[in-house]
Design a protein around this ligand. Structure first.
Ligand SMILES: Cc1ncc(COP(=O)(O)O)c(C=O)c1O
Length: 402
């Protein structure tokens, strides 16, 4: 139901705070509503492919959890998270170059909650956050609630341009640097090793911590793994991770890997927010990991997504007119399209929907407010046939409006 802002009850009894009134509904969710109309090829959302959810394995994990843990799987548990899961996550992080114990790991209800906890713990009104331009819209929404301001660095194919990062740090003394360093949402770009080292060095030099939001790093189809920011830093980085894109978003389990002396503060914020993430879900994920189900599953999704990305790239090469360019990610869910400067992806969206294909226009991802001529495409959620057909339709639209 829509809220009637003039209704007596709304204005005189339920006095919603200006903070909340000032929040904008997620543009992606609005676009998803339109794009879920029958017959529309949906290249818009951030959803993983539902047909690849590891249902059989999850069913086994569910019944194992009931058997092994009995009532404690249904009981309240620690705000930091179930110990078995935190130990398993710490062990895996250590094997991959980030020495960790369970005391570095706090379980969250998805990476989105981790962003919210970070914002609550560190951001005061007017504080600057340094981001990529563009960046993940959901982070901007969370930070906006706390009245953050933004300063941002442009990106090239290697990620944030480091000279700009240093200049923005000097100008605005930001509280945090927020980056999506692997297969970024929205652009698909991965920060190079060289840039990572430079970024960590700047963070240490200027005392600005880094939040590395990394939901997509395990979905690499090709190319070399790049060491994470956390693995090349000391205490400059909190890494945010999630099982949403690699197992299932509905389970709502993510985690942060943080310097251990910061976590007691974040733990208090977590307590205020939801006491703890679902005990049952955490045990389920623990079983999934400890029974060795994740690695084969990552192979399945990576192979499928690579195939779909290839179909999209080939279709774009074949049908898109000159003047349109795009990124070629080596993993993740998204790629990024730039139209000639005079075109507005926002204005073209209703026409795209008439042609029964949907995308997310890029402008809301830009803290700077530019990016009119950009759009994000998801290649994971449609069939290869529909991806090709969707790109053909977009090509017609772009040619007509060049
Ligand atoms: C960069 C980034 N961070 C966080 C999230 C939220 O993930 P979760 O489902 O784990 O809350 C997403 C989801 O699209 C994302 O792309």
């Amino acid at each position: 139901m829509l809220i009637d802002e003039n209704s007596k009850v709304y204005t005189e009894m339920w006095k919603v705070t200006p903070h909340v009134l000032g929040l904008e509904a997620s543009i992606i969710r609005e676009i998803l509503k339109i794009s879920s109309k029958p017959g529309v090829i949906n290249l818009a959302g951030g959803l993983p492919a539902p047909e690849l959810f590891p249902i059989t394995q999850l069913q086994k994990c569910m019944s194992d959890v009931v058997q092994k843990y009995g009532p404690s799987a249904f009981q309240y548990s620690l705000s930091m998270g179930v110990v078995e899961l935190r130990e398993e996550i710490a062990k895996r992080a250590t094997e991959r170059g980030t020495a960790s114990t369970k005391d570095n790991v706090l379980i969250t209800s998805g990476a989105q909650q981790a962003i919210e906890l970070i914002a609550r713990a560190f951001i005061e009104p007017g504080d600057y956050i340094l981001t990529e331009n563009p960046t993940y819209l959901g982070a901007l929404q969370a930070f906006n609630y706390y009245k953050a301001q933004y300063t941002s660095a442009e990106m090239d194919n290697e990620g944030m341009i480091i000279d700009q990062v240093e200049q923005k740090i000097k100008e605005h003394n930001p509280k945090l640097i927020y980056t999506v360093s692997n297969f970024q949402n929205p652009t698909g770009i991965t920060m190079s090793f060289e840039r990572r080292k430079q970024l960590v060095e700047l963070a240490a030099r200027y005392n600005v911590p880094i939040i590395d939001d990394n939901p997509y790093g395990d979905i690499r189809f090709e190319g070399e793994h790049v060491p994470t920011l956390k693995s090349i830093s000391g205490d400059e980085v909190i890494a945010l991770r999630t099982f949403s894109k690699i197992i299932s978003p509905g389970i709502r389990i993510g985690w942060m890997n943080s310097p251990s002396d910061i976590l007691p503060h974040i733990e208090k914020v977590k307590q205020c927010t939801d006491l703890h993430s679902g005990t049952f879900s955490q045990y389920m994920i623990y079983e999934f990991l400890s029974q060795g189900m994740l690695e084969p599953h990552l192979k399945v999704i990576s192979a499928d997504y690579k195939n779909k990305r290839d179909v999209m790239l080939l279709a774009m090469k074949t049908y898109f007119p000159d003047g349109v360019s795009w990124t070629e990610p080596e993993g993740g869910l998204f790629l990024w399209v730039e139209l000639p400067k005079h075109m507005s992806a926002k204005e073209l969206l209703p026409k795209a929907i008439d042609l029964k294909v949907a995308y997310v226009y890029g402008q809301p991802f830009f803290p700077s407010g530019d990016g009119e001529n950009t759009l994000r495409l998801n290649y994971c959620n449609a069939t290869p046939e529909n991806i090709e057909e969707g790109i053909k339709r977009l090509a017609i639209l772009f040619k007509e409006n060049l």
